[in-house]
Design a protein around this ligand. Structure first.
Ligand code: TYD
Ligand code: MG
Length: 475
């Protein structure tokens, strides 16, 4: 019997110590250490999964890359975020808040990959529950225009599912590996890593040492067998992936699934990707029968707009490299109580305060006597600074009660002295505005300098300070 050892782990970063510490020397957080009993493995030799486990150094130009063919999922948005499909032998981690749709996304993806044997291991749901979910998702297996794919239908069993997706409810890695050896899947999905434990150590599932050990086991399996593994991970209250940061170091790709649960939109971002860009995002919409891809978010987000409403302005933002046109709405009214109210949905509150201060100084906006409410339509959170000008103009529009034409859009950042600053990839935004049929786009003078305006049919309005925009819109 191997000797059991006790270690203390930081729940924030995974730092290991032999005694309890008040403050983590690694990440500086207080009171994060918890005790875990670790049973050392009985056999010192780790199990290997490949036939030849002797690795040999190769010259870099001799390493062939032609064999590494990505597995395309039929989900375009998922592929886009991954950089064109799942790389064989990679370990992916999908994080997100509970109930956001991680299991739905993976099951739906699993059911739609053609000619691929999949093992879906769930530590959270029983086989019956997975089947019930798959039944709900059934309507999703159609092409974009609602027609069933012929080849798709041939491949499906009587229930309309892919016939080569195996499901099992299991929580111990050793037994998962037995299933893997029996089934020999082309893709392994594990939902979720926090419910899985390994027999080699003796702490409870979800503890840091368990998560680390299990992730390492899956990584070894993925690397040695070439089978990609998708792990689901939970997220903590403060929005980090639950469990230690060490997990993020082990995996090849960290995807985050996010969105507001009250709205149907879900964004899939990649926080780390060893095989692709982290700038891509995927956009989905949750329906009663699963997630649907949103190929054109701008047209979608802007569709519910009436003319002649004051307080609305459209921002040409970029999410990663993808242009997204977002409607900013504000309401400015006289404050009834002494302290005016401020509220921002989907926009940084402190940034709103800053913009209000700039507007007070530059445009005679009487900050002290007004309530200001700001909302980004569609429940989307925007961090692109190019939304600033749209926010400022929507506040001004509500304040003077003059609507901004829905055919105008804005793409510029604002500085503290009211100057309108340039933003990245402005041609991209202008081209998209042009394509969507906008009449005017307001950009910074500094951005416009280097532009070839003849390329675009849209009217490009250059502004250098916020007063320029104010005059152009309301004077
Ligand atoms: P789920 O995938 O279980 O979330 P997670 O695995 O991230 O915890 O998704 C749960 C939510 O999704 C649930 O609140 C119901 C909703 N949902 C739909 O709206 N439509 C569907 O077809 C499915 C399967 C779920
Ligand atoms: Mg789940």
């Amino acid at each position: 019997m191997a000797k059991a050892k006790t270690y203390f782990f930081c729940s924030n970063c995974g730092y290991q110590s032999s005694s309890w510490l008040g403050k983590c020397p690694e990440c500086g957080k207080w009171n994060t250490f918890s005790e875990e009993v670790i049973q050392a493995a009985t056999s010192s030799k780790a199990k290997t999964y490949s036939q030849s486990n002797v690795s040999k150094p190769k010259l870099i130009h001799e390493v062939s890359t032609s064999e590494t063919k990505r597995i395309p999922t039929l989900c375009g948005e998922f592929d886009r975020v991954l950089g064109g499909g799942i790389v064989p032998g990679s370990l992916l981690l999908l994080g997100g808040e509970p109930g956001i749709g991680k299991s739905t996304l993976l099951l739906q993806t699993a059911l739609s990959i053609p000619n691929c044997k999949i093992l879906y291991v769930s530590g959270e749901e029983s086989e019956q529950q997975i089947k019930m979910r798959a039944d709900r998702l059934n309507g999703e297996r159609r092409t974009k225009n609602g027609e069933w794919r012929e080849s798709e239908r041939d491949r499906q069993g009587a229930n309309g599912f892919s016939t080569d997706c195996y499901v099992v409810s299991e929580t111990v890695t050793q037994r998962i590996m037995e299933h893997v050896e029996a089934i020999k899947p082309d893709l392994l999905i594990v939902d979720s890593i926090q419910t899985i434990c390994t027999e080699t150590i003796d702490s409870s599932a979800g503890s840091i040492s368990q998560i680390r050990e299990c992730t390492t086991e899956f990584q070894r399996y993925a690397k040695e067998s070439g089978v990609p593994v998708l792990l689901v991970g939970h997220i903590t209250k403060d929005g980090n992936l639950a469990g230690p940061k060490v997990m993020e170091h082990i995996v090849d790709c960290v995807l985050q699934f996010e969105g507001d649960r009250n709205y149907g939109y879900r964004l899939l971002r990649s926080l780390k990707n060893r095989f692709g860009s982290t700038a891509e995002i995927g956009i989905f919409e949750m329906h009663g029968d699963g997630l649907r891809e949103v190929a054109n978010p701008s047209e979608f987000l802007l569709s519910q707009r009436d003319e002649n409403l004051s307080g609305c302005a459209i921002a040409a933002t970029l999410e990663g490299v993808r242009p997204m046109f977002i409607e900013v709405q504000s309401l400015v009214s006289t404050a009834v109580y002494g302290t005016p109210q401020r509220n921002a949905n989907g926009f940084d509150f402190r940034r709103l305060s800053m913009l209000l201060a700039v507007l007070e100084k530059r445009c005679g906006f009487k900050l002290g006597a007004k309530d200001v409410f700001l909302n980004i339509a569609g429940g989307i959170r925007v961090s692109d600074p190019a939304i600033d000008l749209a926010v400022a103009c929507s506040i001004l529009s509500s304040n003077v009660d003059i609507p901004i034409s829905p055919r105008y859009c804005f793409a510029a950042e604002m500085g503290l002295s009211g100057e309108v600053r340039s933003v990245g990839r402005v041609e991209h935004r202008i081209a998209e505005a042009d394509r969507l049929g906008f009449e005017k786009i307001f950009v910074s003078k500094y951005n416009a300098r280097s532009l070839n305006k003849k390329r675009f049919g849209i009217d490009i309005v250059e502004v250098s300070v916020i007063e320029d925009a104010f005059r152009a819109l309301f004077a």
